[in-house]
Ligand binder design. Structure first.
Ligand code: ADP
Length: 269
């Protein structure tokens, strides 16, 4: 790895001794530079992600103006595209706002008593239409006699929704998804979402939680993705004091596992 060093020279003159000495300070600024680099990359990404739908919307509006308005069927299609693009932009901005709140520690985690089996059943219910439409089977396996847990229900629902919606997006019709919950050790809950979909190539695995990192940008976009789902999931799980990890085999499927501690504390991030 490359090291960035800032060098500064200070010369001190001494009248009495009639001498001059120079102090050289070497400062390791590798981390600062990395941070600055990733900040720049993030801003460039955000701009690009907002610009793309805007360009699309503009060109469809122009086409409507240039005559498509006179053809009701075509006009309907074009209006649909602009609405979809607008909705994606709203999702993107909402995701960005949420990330920024999580980053600046303004998000308060407010825990409530939660029944794990019930929570997972409800996730599956929220996706039942899509699952049926794509003929994807879903199985929920919860260890018996699981204790209730204190968690921020809205936020953990969001984690689960992101993971299940990814599992659906990246699994072909007729595939299957399993959501499992267990206690791998006392006072820890582990939840995993596994699919048998397209999987993720090895080379992309260690960057997959980065903001806007996507294996296939075009595919993710066409599925309505913002490229922020996994990073938000990671921030929320971390805010609960938990961990999240992803395993995947290209062409075989993907499994995302997160853990949450059983805690009664109200934790401000
Ligand atoms: P997106 O909105 O693009 O889905 P995410 O942050 O949720 O953004 O995921 C980042 C990328 O990780 C996706 O674009 C996709 O390439 C990959 N990915 C996430 N979940 C899965 C999965 N279950 N199967 C295959 N690839 C996945």
């Amino acid at each position: 790895e490359q090291l960035s060093v800032r060098v500064s020279f200070t010369t001190v003159y001494s009248k009495e001794k009639g001498s001059a000495s120079t102090i050289v300070v070497l400062q390791d600024v590798t981390n600062q530079e990395k941070l600055e680099e990733s900040r720049k990359e993030f801003v460039a990404n955000v701009s690009h992600e907002l610009r793309t739908p805007l360009t699309t919307i503009k060109s469809y509006l122009e086409a409507l103006e240039d005559g498509a308005l006179e053809e009701p069927q075509l006009a309907g299609k074009f209006v649909n595209v602009t609405r979809n693009e607008t909705e994606r932009m709203i999702r993107l901005v909402t995701d960005l706002l949420q990330l920024s709140r999580l980053d600046s520690n303004q998000a308060i985690i407010s825990r409530e008593v939660t029944d794990v089996a019930e929570m997972l059943d409800e996730v599956a219910d929220r996706f039942s239409f899509q699952l049926e439409h794509r003929q994807i089977a879903i199985a929920i396996e919860v260890e018996p006699d699981m204790e209730e847990i204190m968690l921020d229900r809205d936020r953990i629902d969001q984690v689960l929704d992101n993971l299940v919606s990814n599992a659906i997006k990246y699994t072909p019709d007729g595939g299957s998804i399993a959501i499992r919950a267990r206690c791998p050790e006392p006072k820890w809950l582990e939840v995993s979402v596994q699919d048998n979909g397209i999987g993720i190539p090895k080379k992309d695995l260690n960057r997959i939680f980065e903001r806007f990192y996507r294996v296939d940008k075009a595919r993710s976009r066409s599925m309505g993705g913002t490229g922020l789902g996994l990073s938000i999931a990671r921030e929320i799980v971390r805010a609960h004091g938990g961990t999240i990890a992803l395993e995947s085999e290209w062409g075989q499927g993907t499994k995302v596992t997160f853990t949450l501690p059983y805690t009664l504390e109200e934790v401000a991030l």
